[in-house]
Structure formats: structure tokens, C-alpha cells
Ligand binder design. Structure first.
Ligand code: PEP
Ligand code: MG
Length: 877
């Protein structure tokens, strides 16, 4: 089994084995691009390393040594050779991109004697010792685990001693002394010396990179991005090229298109005379790539050419790291560039127009999570007064929050329910929990490709970076803007689209659809076979849903129509009524209200199906809370406060609430059970529906009503209610008119028994709609109201469950019930219509499952519709 693969022997299809970076380096090498040679230690080797208790096998050693020999030949240099030393970088490369999450060591192969060789070869002692001290610094912190600030302090002292402002101002002698300082520091901190044996350096570095798979920030990132822990990381060993050898050297990052706007323009940044990490770390603020055109015109053209070639090759926008050494261009890495939603859409649409992608490929390339971002918020411009400062517009969207200056505080305040903006000089991967907790991120240093920018963009969070107008003083917990001092806890607004930082709380406005999105949705509609309906309970939501592309209403929860302040008292009167006549009187009052609701819905959905669910929740939900009533009752009784009338009323209410009280209301008298015990309630609702139907038909509206019965668990339940529906329909519409109204009656499948007895139930159903919220609750036996807070989050954290089953459909268990019910139902009634209306209807993975199971539609909240349309198309692809 090959655990080490030279770049020239790999290719892009070997990503699972070589990691993303390794596979791309191999692919670029094969395409003849100028990649410094090297080799990849595979993810399988990493997993074997973990299995052996974090040890490398002799076998792996042997293979690595052989690859190193080959590399020495290719480069005509030797590892550890004092006269002609080969230097390498060691970098992690996971299968799914995890930018900055794991460790990197550069300049490996330097020691007290090879540094002399490097100095002699390059005729540049200052450069050689700068490389050496960087190695010791990285090796010390990454491999030997010494806190980075020790090295930073020593560097700071050295610069002070030399009177050097910038790192470049330090002399060769300065670097030499610093090397000695660093070595002493390592010895003092770990009782071990910095290893002079270069093979020892290499072995320790590879091990450290493997182990960094398990560091905290990598674990958090994986969880956030749903990357499996079992993947492991590959390690890439690559011969070094130097961007910091002088002024004909440099290093940078380019995107083949603008990752913020999607425009087809070359985009990126570079630094002259700098080494790799300087750009990404945001320590020096780099120049825009356009400036390279003037500084190094030939290199610029080569880079442009290579980037075109790579984009064509990968059929996607690329993020390329390059280094120029003595006026020669090297490509160190390429990957599909991270981008925000707006850019992703524009790029995909443009690529279709350019003939680079088919429509199907374009729709397939859209990350569904990106669509969330597209409905991004912006600031109401009229409200903007105090612009404190302006930085780079790194990730669009607007965020309002209280300012904090460190990641821990951000996380703490967030847990306490506050909304925060995290401001840092620059962020590092260590700050990831703060970035997650924050509404938006602000940095005073670093460019558009800095850590903060890349991470925030990936998360769809607003970010302003490189805002050098502000000064953040950590120990004062203050930020100095040109005309104002902002303290920790002060409210600010970030505008990630323009880079503005604004004092105070700005009103925000919601985003609108772009032309690119509309076009993409159109293409998705051409592809998908799964219909997308909306869950909507009022005409306004129905209209929005229709605008967003809903092909019907899959769930109208009629109880939501009861919750308005004018209606609730009538509903309560209906519930509290002792005599049937009183109940009927209250219901008669409710009837016209419901009727007008339904008319509004039918009007909004003219020509499209509207699924109306009869009353579902237990009645006590419409009455005041039991404990509050008990408290009030006690007050009134013992303190003798309040009037006799109030005492009387409260006592009455209390006894009714007590009578309705159930130990397990979710398993109690709700859904059709309620409608069967109190048929007058369903009777009223059905009458209201058909009066509305009749009225709308007379007004020329095309009405397709579908009446849905909740919580059925036995065929007889549906039988009874269906008979009620049919008889009321006939009464209201009359036999003749019935023909003009092809209404449907169906049931929700949300009790496991309903799924298991679908064959019987289907006799009375024209459609099945899977209520996966309750179906999940009852299949797992997890309370949908309490489980998350009590144990479910713990289960997911412990990976006992891969996902929260209330978010992502449990295809293994709940899915099996769905599959079973669909098949059983269709066997008896091939025309049976099937859909899903639980929250899962708006979740990508669940939508995939619905497509595969052959459901006719998914129904989700209106704002999820664009996402569902794309996901449904992707499920088909
Ligand atoms: C369901 O149970 O999935 C459902 C859609 O109904 P509700 O959420 O109203 O119980
Ligand atoms: Mg339900």
C-alpha cells in the first residue's frame, strides 16, 4: 500500500487519499504548471498513525525517505547537506478545505550548518538567518508546543535593540542573535534542544501536522462545517521557494474572479519580499494584484495565463497561492475559491454564458447554504450618520451588536443572549469560537484574503477588515476611531458590503432577489421533478411564498389564525362554554373570521392547491397558563384583593384549565382526537372552508382546496372526519356545484402507527403529508419542545447522533416509516399525492431524501423556498 505519493504520480481524482491540496498540486504538476516538486503523505497514513497510538510505522518512514531521495534528485540538492541544502515545507491538506485550521512548518532542513550553506548559495546572510529564525519560531510553537508570545517578545526586544521598525530592517547579526535567543527559549521551555538533525525535524513536523487534526479549532471548524472526524489529513512535503530573498521576489494570493462580487476580474493581493504566511496572516497589509502589472509585468501575464488555464481545467473559480523567486513564478496551491453567495451565483451564471458550464452543472455548483446568505440584510441608508471609519468590505451583509475585543468574551456574551461584534487587530484560527459567536467581525489589519475575511465569508457573516483608521487597545478594552472612542459593550453597526463601521444601532433592511438568482432558480425549475410548496397561515405569507416560487400551500396551520387579540377571547369563550349552545354561538362568531382567512388564502394562491389543516393543538394552549392562574387565584383568595367578579372569573377559568390539563399534552387530546370529541369545531372550520370556496368560485378564482386531518393514527379516525368533510361540502356547495370543486381530503402522517397502517388509512385519503416534526418526536420518543436543551445537543456533540433529527431528517428510522407509508399507500391507490410539511421540508439533505423516496412535493417556510427549489434540482442531478 502506497502511503507516500510524489506530486507527479497523483491527480485530482485522488482527493480522498491526497487531501484537497495534495490532489491539486498533483493535478497542476501534471498540467505542466510551475509547481515546486514534492510529495504527499496520504490520509490513510494519517489514520494508521492514529491507530498506532500516534506513531509512524517503519514502512511509512521507508516510503518517505525514498520520496525524499527522489526529491533531492529533482532539485539537485540534498536534505541536510551543508553545501547545497534542500529545504522543504510541511503542510496539512485535508480532504475538505479547512483554511488555517491546521499547522504548517516552513524552511525545514535548516540547522546551524545548512544555514551557512544557504547564506553562501544565496549570497545573502541576512536572508538565510531570517529563514532559520522563522523555522525555529514555527517549529517551536507548532511542533514543540511553546506559546507563540515567547517568540514574539524576543523578536520585539531584538527589533527594539536594533532600532528596527519593520522585520525587514533587522540586520544579519540581529537575526543571528535572535536564532540563539530562540534556541535558548526552546531549551528553557521544554528542556529539549531545537533538533539539529534535519530528519528528526521532518519526522517531528509530520507527526505534529497529523496531530493538529485533533486540535480544538480544527474540531470546532469540522463540527461547524459537518466534516467527518474520520477523514484525517494528508501532509504535503514540498521543496521551498522563497518570496523573501529580495526585491525581485514576492508572494501572494489571487482569485481568478472577485470572490465578493463574482465579477470576472483578476483579484488578489501580494507582498514584495515576503514569505508565504505574511499575506494570509495579515501582519503586513498587502498591495492589490493590479499593482503587480506595473511592478512585474511578465510575472503578472504568466499568472493571468495560468489562472485562466486552471479555471478552465477545474471549471470553477480558483484561489491560487503563488511565489516569485528571483523573477520566476511558482504556483504553490490552487483550490476552488471560497466566495459569498452573491459571487457564487454570478460566477455560475457567467460561466454558463461563457460556455464553461452547462445549466445543470451551474445549478449543481450552488452551495445551498449560500442561498441563506443571499437573503442578506443591508443598512437603511437614511439612518446613517456617524460613520466611525471605513475598512475593506470583506464579507457582505449588515450586523448590529455590542463591541467586544476578544473571542472568549464574544462567546460568553453570546451565551448570555447578547449580540456582539468581534473587533480584533487581526484574527487567527484561535479566534474561531469568537467569530462563530459574533454577528460580525471587524479587524484593523489584514486584507481581503486574511483569516478574518475568509472565515467570515465562508460563514456568511458580515466582515470589515484591514480598517487601519481604528486603533484597538486590548488592555484598555477600547477602540480609537478618528473622532470617537468606543468602549467594550458599546453598540455599533458593521456594513460588510461597503466596509463602513457606524456608531450605534442602524435599522436594517432585508435583501431582495438578484437577477442571477432568478435565472438560477429558473434553471433549477427546469431540472427538478419535486414540487415545492409553502407552509403559510395567512394571505400575506402566501403571497410572499408565491413570489418566491411556491407551487402551492402545503400546510396552513389554522390554529395560527386563532391567535389574534380580537379572536382569542372568542376562541376562549368557545372552549369555556359549558352548554353546547354556548359553544355553537362562539363558533358561529368564529366562522366568518375563518371564512375570510380562507378566501384570502385562495385568492393569493389562485390556481394552485391550498392545503388547510383542521385544528391541531390541545385546547389548553388557547387558555392562560395553569401555574399563573393558580398564583392569581391564590392571591385573590387569600389577600382578598381584586373584585368578586374577577375572583369568580379566575376560579372558573382555573377549573377549566385544570380539567383540560394533561400530563402529556403532546400525546393527548389534540389533532383529530379533538375534532372527533368536539365535532362542532371541525364542522365550523369545514363550513368556513367551503363557504370561502363557493365565494371564490363565484368571483372567478380557481380554487384547489385540500383538507388535511392531523394526527391520525387509526383508519377509523380518518374515516369519521372524512365523512364529516364530505357531508359539509355537499351541504354548503350543493350537489351540482360540487362538480366544479375538485377538493381533496387527506391526512398527515405524523404518528408512527399511521405509517405502519398506511394500507388501511389510504382508503380514506387522497393525499399523505408527512408531519415529520411529530413523526420524529414520536418515532424517537424525544419531546420536540424539550429534547434539545436537555440531552439532544449533548448527543449531537458526542456524535452519538450525527445530526439533530429535528433539523435533518433521520432517514434511517423516520425515513423508513415514510418510505413504507408511501409504498403501501401507492400500492392501493396509485394516484395518491404525497408530500412533507415538517421543518425538514426546507433542509437540503432531507429534500434529497424526499426526492429519492419519490414524494410529490416538499413544503417549507416561504423564505426557504428558493433554497428548496435549488436543492430539489440538485437532488435530481
Ligand atoms: C409536523 O408535526 O411535522 C407538523 C408539520 O405539524 P406541527 O408542527 O404543526 O405539529
Ligand atoms: Mg404535527
Amino acid at each position: 500500500q502506497k502511503q507516500v505519493v510524489p506530486f507527479q504520480d497523483g491527480n485530482a481524482s485522488m482527493k480522498a487519499l491526497l487531501g484537497g491540496k495534495g490532489a491539486n498540486l498533483a493535478e497542476m504538476t501534471r498540467a505542466g504548471l510551475p509547481v515546486p516538486p514534492g510529495f504527499t503523505i496520504t490520509t490513510e497514513a494519517c489514520l494508521a498513525f492514529f491507530k498506532m497510538g500516534n506513531r509512524m510505522s517503519d514502512e511509512l518512514f521507508g516510503q518517505a525517505a525514498a520520496a525524499l531521495k527522489q526529491l533531492e534528485k529533482q532539485k539537485d540538492q540534498a536534505f541536510g547537506d551543508a553545501a547545497n541544502p534542500l529545504l522543504v515545507s510541511v503542510r496539512s491538506g485535508s480532504v475538505s478545505s479547512m483554511p488555517g485550521m491546521m499547522d504548517t512548518i516552513l524552511n525545514l532542513g535548516l540547522n546551524d550548518s545548512t544555514v551557512l550553506g544557504l547564506a553562501a548559495l544565496t549570497n545573502n546572510e541576512k536572508f538565510a538567518y531570517d529563514c532559520y529564525r522563522r523555522l525555529i519560531q514555527m517549529f517551536g510553537s507548532v511542533v514543540m508546543g511553546i506559546d507563540a508570545h515567547h517568540f514574539e517578545q524576543l523578536l520585539h526586544h531584538r527589533k527594539e535593540k536594533e532600532g528596527a521598525k519593520q522585520d525587514q530592517d533587522v540586520t544579519a547579526e540581529g537575526w543571528k542573535s535572535l536564532v540563539e535567543d530562540y534556541k535558548k527559549c526552546i531549551l528553557a521551555q521544554t528542556s529539549n534542544a531545537f533538533p539539529q538533525n534535519v530528519h528528526e525535524q521532518l519526522r517531528m513536523s509530520v507527526e505534529a501536522v497529523f496531530k493538529s487534526w485533533h486540535n480544538q479549532r480544527a474540531q470546532i471548524y469540522r463540527k461547524l462545517n459537518r466534516i467527518p472526524d474520520e477523514q484525517g489529513t494528508a501532509v504535503n512535503i514540498q521543496s521551498m521557494v522563497f518570496g523573501n530573498r529580495g526585491d525581485n521576489c514576492g508572494t501572494g494570493v489571487v482569485f481568478t474572479r472577485n470572490p465578493s462580487t463574482g465579477e470576472n476580474t483578476f483579484f488578489g493581493e501580494y507582498l514584495i519580499n515576503a514569505q508565504g504566511e505574511d499575506v494570509v496572516a495579515g501582519i503586513r497589509t498587502p498591495l492589490p494584484i493590479a499593482a503587480l502589472k506595473h511592478e512585474m509585468p511578465e510575472i503578472y501575464e504568466q499568472l493571468l495565463e495560468a489562472s485562466r488555464q486552471l479555471e478552465k481545467h477545474y471549471k470553477d473559480m480558483q484561489d491560487i497561492e503563488f511565489t516569485v523567486e528571483n523573477n520566476k513564478l511558482y504556483l504553490l496551491q490552487t483550490r476552488n475559491g471560497k466566495r459569498n453567495a452573491q459571487a457564487a451565483l454570478k460566477i455560475a451564471v457567467d460561466m454558463v454564458h461563457e460556455g464553461l458550464l452547462t445549466k445543470m452543472e451551474a445549478v449543481g455548483s450552488i452551495e445551498v447554504s449560500h442561498l441563506d446568505q443571499l437573503l442578506h440584510r443591508g443598512i437603511e441608508e437614511e439612518a446613517v450618520k456617524d460613520v466611525l471609519a471605513k475598512g475593506l468590505p470583506a464579507s457582505p451583509g449588515a450586523a448590529v451588536g455590542q463591541l467586544v475585543f476578544d473571542a472568549d468574551t464574544a462567546a460568553q456574551w453570546n451565551r448570555a443572549g447578547k449580540t456582539v461584534i468581534l473587533a480584533r487587530n487581526e484574527t487567527t484560527p484561535e479566534d474561531i469560537h469568537g467569530v462563530i459567536a459574533a454577528e460580525g467581525v471587524l479587524t484593523s489589519r489584514g486584507g481581503m484574503t486574511s483569516h478574518a475575511a475568509v472565515v467570515a465569508r465562508g460563514m456568511g457573516k458580515p466582515c470589515v477588515c484591514g480598517c487601519e483608521e481604528v486603533r484597538i487597545v486590548l488592555n484598555e478594552k477600547r477602540m480609537y476611531a478618528p473622532n470617537m472612542v468606543i468602549e467594550e459593550g458599546d453598540w455599533i453597526t458593521l456594513d460588510g458590503a461597503t466596509g463602513r463601521i457606524i456608531s450605534g444601532i442602524m435599522p436594517l433592511k432585508e435583501a431582495s432577489m438578484t437577477n442571477e438568482l432568478l435565472l438560477m432558480l429558473e434553471w433549477a425549475d427546469e431540472i427538478r421533478t419535486l414540487n415545492v410548496y409553502a407552509n403559510a397561515d395567512n394571505p400575506e405569507d402566501a403571497r410572499i411564498a408565491r413570489q418566491l416560487g411556491a407551487q402551492g400551500i402545503g400546510l396552513c396551520r389554522t390554529e395560527h389564525m386563532f391567535f389574534s387579540p380580537t379572536r382569542l377571547p372568542v376562541v376562549q369563550r368557545m372552549i369555556l362554554a359549558d352548554a353546547k349552545e354556548d359553544r355553537l354561538r362562539a363558533l358561529a362568531e368564529l366562522l366568518p373570521m375563518q371564512q375570510s382567512d380562507f378566501e384570502g388564502m385562495f385568492e393569493a394562491m389562485d390556481g394552485l392547491p391550498v392545503t388547510i389543516r383542521l385544528l391541531d393543538p390541545p385546547l389548553h394552549e388557547f387558555l392562560p397558563n395553569l401555574e399563573e392562574l393558580q398564583r392569581r387565584h391564590a392571591e385573590l383568595t387569600y389577600d382578598k384583593s381584586g373584585s368578586d367578579l374577577e375572583r369568580e372569573e379566575v376560579a372558573q377559568l382555573l377549573s377549566k384549565v385544570q380539567a383540560l390539563h394533561e400530563a402529556n399534552p403532546m400525546l393527548g387530546q389534540r389533532g383529530c382526537r379533538l375534532g372527533i370529541v368536539f365535532p362542532e369545531i371541525y364542522d365550523m372550520q369545514i363550513e368556513a372552508i367551503f363557504r370561502a370556496v363557493s365565494d371564490c368560485i363565484n368571483r372567478g378564482i380557481r380554487v384547489l382546496p385540500e383538507i388535511m386531518i392531523p394526527l391520525v393514527g387509526h383508519a377509523n379516525e380518518l374515516k369519521i372526519v372524512r365523512e364529516l368533510v364530505d357531508s359539509v361540502a355537499e351541504q354548503v356547495l350543493g350537489k351540482d356545484n360540487l362538480r366544479d370543486c375538485p377538493y381533496k381530503v387527506g391526512t398527515m402522517i405524523e404518528v408512527p402507527r399511521a405509517a405502519l397502517t398506511a394500507r388501511q388509512i389510504v382508503a380514506y385519503a387522497d393525499f399523505f403529508s408527512f408531519g415529520t416534526n411529530d413523526l420524529t418526536q414520536m418515532t424517537f420518543g424525544y419531546s420536540r419542545d424539550d429534547a434539545e436543551g436537555k440531552f439532544l445537543t449533548h448527543y449531537v456533540d458526542q456524535k452519538l447522533l450525527q445530526h439533530n433529527p429535528f433539523q435533518v431528517l433521520d432517514t434511517e428510522g423516520v425515513g423508513q416509516l415514510i418510505d413504507l407509508a408511501v409504498n403501501a399507500g401507492r400500492l392501493v391507490k396509485p394516484s395518491l399525492k404525497t408530500g412533507i410539511c415538517g421543518e425538514h421540508g426546507g433542509d437540503q439533505e432531507s429534500i434529497f431524501f424526499c426526492h429519492l423516496t419519490g414524494l410529490d412535493y416538499v413544503s417549507c417556510s416561504p423564505y426557504r423556498i428558493p433554497l428548496a427549489r435549488i436543492a430539489a434540482a440538485q437532488a435530481f442531478i
